[in-house]
Ligand binder design. Structure first.
Ligand code: URA
Length: 437
């Protein structure tokens, strides 16, 4: 079928057969389908949507546009997590080694910051020597010997997604549930997973601000991933404040090390990380019960096994052998660190979380244009959670900046991003819903 006929049929709302979708995607990959045709197809999907079977077919065709990793010979279940992105969301850094210490193999293909959200790769690049694009055999060896490796997407993985995404980005067609679903899952499926857990963020620091949108995306991801043969569940989690008490790059790695050393017990971050670890263990079949799985993940953390696994992963991928022990000596400090003070007495009752992400970018910790360099040293830490009672002038966080002027600007900005009220806010659960097949 000619590409223009596929576009016409989708524009008319007719269902596309899997072979027709596969042919169109193969034309995207080999360049025979033009940029204009990809844009027209994306816009037709944006308006007419796709049935589940069509989204599964699109996902599989995009997965098969490049290499599909094969983990045969590794006798651990292959599992992963994907987040739709947030602020202070460094869950992957701790979750991968916890899951690996519990017996899973986690080949985690991560991304850079997108919009106001941080990216796992940018955070890992704060670690001297950590090579986010290792050769394929080193990636494989690290997953086999250590149990986890977090790296970037190679050009050979789902190349059709790369082309479609770049065109969607400039044709107002990013926010289409079937297109987001196929984009995220094609890359995850190409990583050769057997099970997957999805962290769909909702709130003022997420791409999906409202619960119904987040739930629609979560259902689509869960149904399509299961339809494509990967056991998948999603947790919808709160993003109405930074998740970790840090937002930036080196500061989030420092937060991860403190977490792995047991210094973040009782936090929202720990509850979320352990909930995801439990989901991974149950979905992969290593455990049958979520409570028992969570207890196992907790032991991997408290015994130091997860910290040791993280250290081995960092070293295997080019970082220092003693990074966990001496992270402070390896993470470059910002020239200026200053407190951010509460503007009034009362309770921290709301946070403009997207604003926090944008403030990190303004400090130089994120990009305003693709390909920009970033300053890994800058950001915020010691952020107090919502519900904290503060006095006027009390520290509610710290800013790490390249210079005094930036620090002063960011401190004032952060202070204005928190609302302080005389009454304590209602407690918001960090996990809003669980969506499974
Ligand atoms: N992340 C992706 O990888 N693809 C999308 O379409 C949106 C977010």
């Amino acid at each position: 079928m000619l590409p223009q006929e596929t576009i016409r049929r989708k524009r008319a709302g007719e269902p596309l057969a899997p072979e027709e979708i596969a042919r169109f995607v193969s034309g995207i990959t080999d360049g025979s389908v033009s940029e204009g045709q990809v844009a027209a197809f994306a816009m037709a999907v944006w308006f007419k949507g796709m049935a589940r079977e069509e989204t599964v077919a699109l996902t599989l065709a995009m997965r098969d546009s490049g290499d599909v990793l094969d983990w045969s010979g590794i006798d651990r279940p292959i599992a992963d997590k994907h987040s739709t992105g947030g602020v202070g969301d460094n869950v992957s850094l701790m979750l991968a080694p916890i899951a690996a210490a519990c017996g899973l193999a986690v080949p985690m293909i991560s991304g850079r910051g997108l919009g106001h959200t941080g990216g796992t790769l940018d955070k890992l690049e704060s670690i001297p020597g950590y090579a986010i694009m290792p050769p394929a055999d080193l990636f494989r060896r690290t997953v086999r010997d250590v149990g986890c490796a977090i790296i970037g997407q190679t050009a050979d993985l789902a190349p059709a997604d790369k082309r479609i995404y770049a065109i969607r980005d400039v044709t107002a067609t990013v926010d289409s549930v079937p297109l987001i679903t196929a984009s995220i899952l094609s890359k995850k499926l190409a990583a050769g997973l057997r099970s997957l857990v999805l962290d769909v963020k909702v709130g003022n620091g997420a791409f999906m601000a409202e619960a119904p949108e987040a739930e629609t995306l979560a259902r689509s991801l869960v149904e399509v991933a299961n339809g494509a043969g990967v056991k998948t569940a999603a947790l919808i989690t709160d993003m109405n404040q930074p998740l970790a008490d840090a937002a930036g790059n080196a500061v989030e790695v420092a937060n991860c090390i403190a977490f792995l050393k047991g210094e973040k017990a009782g936090t929202r971050l720990q509850r979320i990380v352990l909930a995801f670890a439990a989901e991974m263990l149950v979905l992969s079949g290593l455990e049958t019960d979520l409570a028992a799985a969570q207890a196992k993940a907790g032991r991997a953390l408290s015994s130091g096994a997860a910290a040791e696994t993280f250290g081995r992963m960092v070293h295997a991928i080019g970082g220092p052998a003693d990074f966990v022990e001496k992270a402070d000596a390896y993470l470059a400090p910002a020239p200026v660190v200053r407190p951010v003070l509460a503007s009034a007495a009362g309770y921290l009752s709301a946070c403009d979380t997207r604003g926090v992400g944008l403030a990190v970018i303004e400090l130089g910790g994120g990009r305003s244009r693709p390909g920009d360099g970033i300053d890994h040293r800058v950001g915020f830490d010691r952020l107090r959670p919502l519900g904290t009672k503060v006095e006027k002038g009390e520290e509610i966080g710290r800013v790490h900046a390249a210079g005094q002027a930036d620090a002063a600007r960011a401190a004032e900005r952060l202070s204005g991003l928190y609302r302080i009220t005389p009454e304590a806010p209602a407690a918001a659960p960090e996990i809003r819903a669980r969506i499974s097949a």
